[in-house]
Design a protein around this ligand. Sequence first.
Ligand code: ADP
Length: 485
Amino acid sequence: MHIVMVAVECSPIAKVGGLADVVISLSKALQQNGHKVDIILPKYDCMRYDKISNLRNVYDSLWVSYNGELYANKVAAGDVEGVNCYFIDTCWHRNFFNRGTFYGESDDAERFTYFSKAALEFLYKTGVEPDVLHYHDWPTGLIPVIFRDIYKPLGMNKTRLFYTIHNFAYQGVTSQSVLDSISLSPQSVPGEAWEKDQWGVVNYLKAGVIAADYVTTVSPTYAQEVMFSDKGMGLQDLLRRNHYRFSGILNGLDYEYWNPESDPHLVTKYSVKSLKGKYDNKRVLRKKFGLQEGLKPIVTIISRLVQQKGLEQMKRSIYLALSKNAQVVLLGSSPDPRVTQDFLRIKEEFTDNPDCHLELAFNEELSHLLYAGADLIVIPSIFEPCGLTQLIALRYGTIPVVRSTGGLADTVFDAFYSNQDIGSRNGFVFHESDDAALDSGLGRAIDCWFEQPDFFQKLIVNGMKQDYSWKRSCELYLYIYQGLA
Ligand code: ADP
């Protein structure tokens, strides 16, 4: 099959969140299964160009109509981790992708609508008719609408339209004028995608769902949650009515990159067969942050410091772990200065404390040492579409303590209360988002470390043996792609 991904993020060249990781690692996995994959991205000025090889211009005058005028765009191509990527270069005066940032501009809807139109025009002009056009999240939500309105009537009949939504909290709600700018007739946008209470306002995520041949989100439990609870952020009813073409496929983890046996960031490599190296990393971690040696577990938190991730519960975990004689290392960063201030206050409170360190930064390298050196990781998310943190922790033998939501519920099984067999249990799970639930989950985990070391070791081994690579997830995507053909 020929699959074309259209997205606005792609690791490692344009990463903001999990979407970027999925786009590249799913593409690699599909390619390894013998399929042809291309990715179409905007040509941002702030991409990691050092991670693109063989970058060259492949198309010089891609004309796209915008606000009644025709504008020329260029298309470049290059290899990213062995996958061919096309980059749409909108070289006209609005400088859509030369802003030094991926998102967060006041004209994001216009930028990504223009990109979606240009991506489809490029396929049309070059005579490429993929079997599957796989588009992601709200920025490309209009792809199937533009495709059905403009390109299908021009003879592109073969292509199936596949939508993956990585987070229902971001929907892309914008005014009709953006449609006018790319000459898309308002009638082509399905009626339900218009926000009834606001005149002329269109919801990209809804449009993308209605006009798709198939829709997925990133874990089976999140798929249920968005259909049957307010986690659907207003799309519950639409999704329930379309349940026959909607499902959840768990994200995989890149097992080549996240591998304690070969991770270049670790002082000592280790594997499930020999865990000794894990404890060397624990020693290095303690030394790095001036923590005392001793018979204590290290509890870590590695997270964006945002409401979705359970800010209050993260804070509570620090105090609870210390009160139970554990050590704590938090690595977190926030886009909100008030949240940063809040955590800075806690950091100050524990200055020179031999059992606690807060690192308020985004530091990829340090995160590897934490995954390797810690014993427990707390993930108290309010909602979590899939979550990679728990998958990385399991791979590195660090036991996750999680709130049972979304992908966390699909991958972490409680040591004592799970209905999974004993060999599949790999963590500690709590259900409610109140203090008592967290205290119980984290309390049980720390007690287990102190009182049942052999059983704790068994949980580590269980987790490290589990397979959350892309292999299975990729097969599920292929199964659905093939069913649509
Ligand atoms: P989300 O994409 O919602 O932030 P995920 O669990 O899907 O959550 O992915 C989080 C990824 O970002 C993981 O790879 C995690 O290790 C990494 N990460 C989060 N915060 C930091 C940080 N402060 N420094 C380094 N890596 C971080």
